[in-house]
Ligand binder design. Structure first.
Ligand code: F6P
Length: 362
């Protein structure tokens, strides 16, 4: 009797609304094609530790709108540099051979890795080491090369925009400067889109280092025009011209150990000191990653999952499905592993924002 084909699914890196919709779409297509599906637990930890469970139809039913990932995830697990606690110290070991042996033991014909740039970079390494792997781009940051959009981004934009909308009225009432710090890592997509969507007056993104004089000038100009409040939307990765990012913590176990955060408070203090205008800071933080995905992300994630299954059927390992000009295309993981996708200097959206009076701190 012919052995049933088996797909493994792993979710790795920061969670993001829409992951479960991808799992559901891949698994439902697999079941329809008489394949088995296993879910690997807690990202690459599950691969190193051989920790997984069989997924049945019931497991993937009713999860379309559920946030997070039903499989668990990790931003720390890296088979090539696996952190092991030794007393109060950390030791790093290359456990990739063990991970690959486990994948063989799991009997996988294909491993689907749903991840951001870091996780897909690891997927590319595993592929080069012989694992039949396909990727699915996932992040609220929208910074993955080879795709115009990632699921989770629209949800994060909606949450950040709601936050900015809400501080608008309180800024107006108190004649204050309100700063809203949003995520996005080293790319400014989230700040740019939520800033434009919610009419932020000053939008600061990592790709355009800011100048404090320009920010202060804008705040004062607005005051003179009778607008006695200003909204600053700042990306966690924004930095002053000639200066550096604000680091919130270092996560030693992680392959990308720097966690950004805190720039909003630094800016707030400086703006208040220079202008004399009372200033408050709000950090949107992990609210942007939690909860139910917006309908756009559910549709995108479902469509991506279905197209990922098509890649699996065609045995196009070492690829992910990207979205290019509104259609789905295979993209080599080598491209994805080459770095992040940032807001280009000549971004049409930056130009449009400037034309309606927004400023980028320059
Ligand atoms: O990549 C997603 C992201 O939410 C970034 O926007 C942010 O910089 C980072 O993850 C936060 O990481 P953590 O979940 O470790 O706090």
């Amino acid at each position: 009797m012919l052995r049933k084909k088996r797909i493994g699914i792993v979710t790795s890196g920061g969670d993001c609304p829409g992951i479960n919709a991808v799992i559901r779409a891949v698994a439902k297509n697999a079941f329809e094609n008489d394949m088995d599906v296993i879910g690997i637990k807690d990202g690459y930890h599950g691969i190193v530790l051989n920790d997984y469970k069989e997924l049945r139809r019931d497991d993937v039913s009713g999860i379309l709108t559920v946030g997070g990932t039903i499989l668990g995830t990790s931003k720390k697990a890296n088979p090539y540099r696996y952190a092991i606690e030794k007393g109060d110290k950390l030791e790093f070991k290359d456990l990739s051979k063990q991970a690959i042996r486990n994948i063989e033991k799991m009997g996988l014909d294909c491993l689907v890795c749903i991840g951001g740039d870091g996780s897909l970079g690891l997927a590319y390494r595993l592929y080069k080491d012989g694992v039949p792997i396909v990727g699915v781009p996932k992040t609220i940051d929208n910074d993955i090369r080879g795709t115009d959009i990632t699921f989770g981004f629209e949800t994060a934009v909606a949450i950040a925009s709601e936050g900015i909308d809400r501080v608008h009225t309180t800024a107006q009432s108190h004649h204050r400067v309100m700063i809203v710090e949003v995520m996005g890592h080293n790319a400014g997509w989230l700040a740019l889109h939520s800033g434009v969507a919610s009419g932020g007056d000053i939008i600061l993104i990592p790709e355009i280092p800011y100048d404090m004089d320009a920010i202060v000038k804008r705040v004062r100009e607005r005051s003179k025009r009778g607008k006695r409040f200003s909204i600053v939307v700042v990306s966690e990765g924004a930095k002053p011209r000639g200066g550096d990012v604000v680091i919130q913590r270092i996560v030693k176990e992680s392959s990308d150990p720097i966690r950004l955060g805190g720039i909003g408070f630094v800016l707030g203090e400086q703006i208040e000191k220079i202008t004399g205008i009372e200033t408050r800071t709000v950090v949107m933080g992990h609210l942007q990653r939690g909860g139910i995905p917006v309908p756009f992300d559910r549709v995108l994630a479902t469509h991506l999952g279905v197209n990922t299954f098509k890649l699996i059927k065609k045995k196009m390992f070492g690829h992910m499905v990207g979205v290019k000009k509104m259609s789905f295309v295979p993209v080599s993981l080598k491209i994805v592993a080459g770095g992040i996708r940032r807001v280009p200097k000549d971004s049409p959206l930056v130009a449009s924002a400037i034309s309606v009076g927004k400023r980028f701190g320059v």
